[in-house]
Design a protein around this ligand. Structure first.
Ligand code: NCD
Length: 425
């Protein structure tokens, strides 16, 4: 196993120091360290952060390996500065049994680039009719703690209540894709002025807000943990703010794209901007950014949703919703928040690790901490080139945009997964 000596690295923006990485942990910190056996990384100008943790990644395996595999998604994650990702259950077959979650978990171990923590489906086949074998998935080698039908809403309130009750026994979480399906039939984009002008069927903000309001009440009633996926509206933020003030056990995520892009992008009719929930308005963006800063929204999660050219580069109404996110998330966070390193570490590493119970992750680089960390060069501005991405898909909404920040190196348990901005394997 290699040892690494980072020279003159700034830990979360603090004055430069040296860090020695040995045997999978941060062994020493301080000026002028020497370790003749260690590989030296000249880190002037680089910032060390705890390795990022994504609570919401679509890896597509099993079933849609033409869009992404556990391995390509893991590489994409490592290049984005991630050391752990939670893999959503909407695969084919659906991850609704111990067998499938164990398969995904094992593929993650074999790829060895990030820790892949499978999320289990709440209902069999994501069909919203009966509960999946939550207990068996929790007891499996994959030790599933988060369950989600993401892509679909658990719309039936009785089923949602049962799911919240069931996972309470092992302090599990139901992660809800909040979308009242009766209000979004045929929806193509945010319902508002732009959808009216373009003549596309709208996805109203209230379809999200109504489910979040219902679910925080259910979570409160049951005393269980609810996580809200991809919050996208100002109204949702207000519902969450009130619920948190009452002490409801609810956490929430926002995606990078909902922090940056508005529904005006649909004017191009380029389906790369089609996503679920849809891009909203500048007012929503302002509320989401403020909530991310004040903590009503706990984390940034990518909702990395790779799709093939066939599924994406077609007419808007036929295109699948979803965008790539792993390789650009930190740059978007830097763009939106500025170099607020402690806030970025909290929202993109510590808090998601805590929520998911990934105890090896989310530790600031300090002596004794597991060496799951990332080195970022904040001074670089880079042009996003889809063809250069490690994802098997190309559906990034940031193509040819110039964004701040470059991931220079990522370390998983003390071994480099990315060095000099390139994947090690
Ligand atoms: N977020 C997306 O736009 N797409 C997701 C599922 C979904 O939420 O529709 C996907 O799996 O592609």
């Amino acid at each position: 196993m290699n040892s690494y000596l980072f020279r003159n690295v700034s830990v979360l923006g603090a004055a430069p120091t040296d860090l020695l990485i040995r045997d999978g942990v941060v062994a020493e910190a301080g000026a002028g360290l020497s370790a003749p056996d260690a590989l030296v990384v000249e880190a002037d100008g680089l910032v060390a952060l705890p390795g990022l943790v994504d609570l919401h990644t679509h890896l597509r395996e099993p079933g849609r390996e033409d869009a992404e595999t556990v391995e390509t998604g893991s590489r994409s994650a490592a290049l984005g500065g991630y050391t752990a990702v939670c893999a959503m259950a909407n695969t084919s077959p659906v991850a609704d049994t111990a067998g499938v979650v164990e398969q995904v978990w094992r593929l993650g171990r074999e790829a060895g680039l990030v820790d892949v923590q499978p999320i289990g489906a709440v209902t069999v086949g994501l069909a919203g009719e009966r509960l999946a074998e939550l207990g068996a998935m929790a007891d499996s080698a994959a030790r599933v703690r988060i369950f989600s039908d993401d892509g679909h809403c658990v719309a039936d309130p009785r089923l949602m209540r049962r799911a919240l009750e069931y996972v309470k026994a092992f302090d599990g979480i139901i992660a809800q894709h909040a979308e009242e399906p009766r209000l979004t039939e045929g929806a193509q984009m945010h319902e508002g002025e732009v959808s009216t002008r373009l003549g596309l069927t709208g996805w109203p903000a209230v379809a999200e807000e109504a489910i979040i309001a219902r679910d925080v009440l259910l979570a409160e009633h049951v005393g269980s943990r609810l996580h809200v996926c991809h919050v996208s509206t100002a109204g949702s933020v207000e519902v969450l703010r009130q619920a948190k003030a009452r002490g409801v056990r609810v956490t929430a995520e926002v995606t990078p794209h909902h922090l940056l892009l508005t529904d005006v992008r649909a004017e191009t009719y380029d389906p790369v901007f089609k996503v679920n929930p849809p891009l909203r308005t500048a007012t929503d963006i302002a509320a989401l950014r403020a909530a991310l800063v004040d903590g009503v929204i706990d984390i940034v999660a990518t909702d990395h949703a790779p799709h093939t050219v066939e599924d994406k580069e077609c007419e808007w109404v036929y295109a699948r919703p979803g965008m790539l996110g792993l390789e650009t998330a930190l740059s978007i966070a830097l763009d939106v928040l500025g170099p607020e390193w402690d806030l970025i570490a909290e929202r993109m590493s510590r808090a998601p690790a805590r929520i998911a119970g990934l105890t090896e992750h989310g530790h600031d680089p300090a002596p004794g901490a597991p060496a799951n960390l990332v080195l970022v060069d904040p001074a670089v501005r880079r042009v996003i080139e889809p063809a250069e991405m490690a994802s098997r898909s190309r559906n990034t909404p940031y193509a040819r945009m110039t964004l701040p920040g470059r991931i220079v190196a990522t370390f998983l348990r003390g071994e480099a997964t990315v060095l000099d901005g390139k994947a090690v394997k």
